[in-house]
Design a binder for this molecule. Structure first.
Ligand code: SF4
Length: 149
């Protein structure tokens, strides 16, 4: 990774911690407890069929992957900076430590291996608004890949 990119990532993390004051303390708590420090953010069912993509351009490490009707975050690439969480208009991005995220941790990890990387926002699906806030959208998740960048 180049020095300017590393510097940019450091600045984003510092800004994020100043604004939200959560990720670094969360990481420190895990490390202090001797636990695996690999933390990540995950995308949940709120994204299915909405796929608004406001998050992809802000990620400092480009770790979003695109399915036909949902995005996922690659757990091995996410640096837990948290800057994407407030960017999502439908509240689809959560820390993996939040209750109820178990199924979504699996789904993000599974599809991040096969779907293409996305770093540039595209227009959302034409019917995205109709799907905002609808419950039980997992049944509509498509395993097909998106088109990526
Ligand atoms: Fe990217 Fe969000 Fe992970 Fe930060 S928390 S690295 S913005 S996916």
């Amino acid at each position: 990774m180049s020095a300017p990119r590393l510097k940019a990532i450091s600045s984003i993390i510092v800004l994020q911690v100043r604004r939200y004051g959560r990720s670094l303390p969360r990481r420190r708590r895990w490390v202090a407890a001797g636990l695996d420090a690999r933390l990540t953010y995950v995308i949940n069912e709120s994204c299915i069929k909405c796929k608004l993509m406001d998050c992809v351009e802000i990620c400092p490490v480009d770790c979003f992957y695109e399915g036909e009707n949902m995005l996922v975050i690659h757990p091995d690439e996410c640096i837990d900076c948290g800057v994407c969480e407030p960017e999502c208009p439908v509240d689809a991005i959560k820390p993996d430590t939040e209750p109820g995220m178990e199924r979504w941790i699996e789904i993000n990890a599974q599809y991040a291996k096969s779907w293409p990387n996305i770093t540039v926002k595209k227009p959302p699906p034409a019917d995205a608004k109709e799907w905002e806030g609808k419950p039980d959208k997992l049944q509509h998740l498509s395993s097909n890949p998106g088109t990526g960048d």
